[in-house]
Ligand binder design. Sequence first.
Ligand code: FAD
Length: 317
Amino acid sequence: MKVIDHIQQAKSTLFSIEILPPLKGKSIQSIFDGIDPLMEFKPSFVDVTYHREEYIYKKREGGYLEKVSIRKRPGTVGICAAIINKYHVDTVPHIICGGFSREETENALIDLQFLGIDNVLALRGDSIKSEPEFVPEPNGHAYAIDLVKQLKQMNNGTYMENDLADVAPTNFCIGVAGYPEKHYEAPNMISDMKHLKAKIDAGAEYIVTQMFFDNAHYFEFVKKCKDAGIHVPIIPGLKIMTTRKQASALSKLFKIDIPQPLLEQIEKCKTDEQAKEVGIEWCIEQSKELIKANVPCLHYYTMGTSEVTRRVASKVF
Ligand code: FAD
């Protein structure tokens, strides 16, 4: 079932999660171990992130360095299929522009269609570490909107080879990312909002936000979206802080603000165990306030910490 149908049929705020594929070499059991404790809250859908290749230099005989492409977390599509098979719950694979040509994207989407997966979160992806800025693949997409357009074309039965006979249109529900505190590359919020609106106009049906720790950012963002003519559901993405280091690490990595009262509480903690308790309490309060505001769904970035997500969910669902 499509995410948009879950939202439209819901009588109250839904619960959903995002998981990361395990590191290469680990078994699918680590995914199941993460999902099992959360099934009692009946997630409407499970997002599975996509991780592109990275380049590393390996020292070879004779001392020369070989540039090697590695993918640390492969398996997004297989994990989605395994989750559907085991839990009969809908999945949302993330599809990114980075590392994909248009043809590879088309083939990946055909795989999803054959697996009966009818949701996709369409993203650009970040630049790889060796590149200062995002570089699209030759014949690939430069922005998420281009991916949305390709998806929409396939939904209308148009594939890249336009002389195909008797084509079966795909039927994807397309989600996109939004940034309550602005995407880090956007020169200002107005510009970021303009590009977000373009993704919706191109066919995206809902938005999932970057994590935020101050609900005021979300409420302000929703208002700005409405003012900009964006009327699709906006799903807040929440992360539970679990260590003392995360206050600065998350802020740096995701270019987001940590509210001063949360920072002060974290700074008082002597152990990560204490910081985790602060993080859980903070997220419970955030969740309760968002539910009160009738948000369509609470989407938790579990990042391998399903036990803390379970503790939050047990207090709010
Ligand atoms: P876009 O919408 O393409 O925007 C990127 C930047 O370009 C923005 O600053 C925007 O304002 C600007 N822009 C957009 N269109 C244009 C245009 N036509 N001309 C000029 N500027 C433009 N990354 C992964 O690698 N894998 C994942 O699984 C993943 N999951 C994510 C899930 C969520 C909910 C979120 C919020 C992010 C996720 N990311 C993931 C990270 C995401 O890929 C990065 O934040 C990336 O830098 C931007 O992606 P986007 O889809 O928002 O890009």
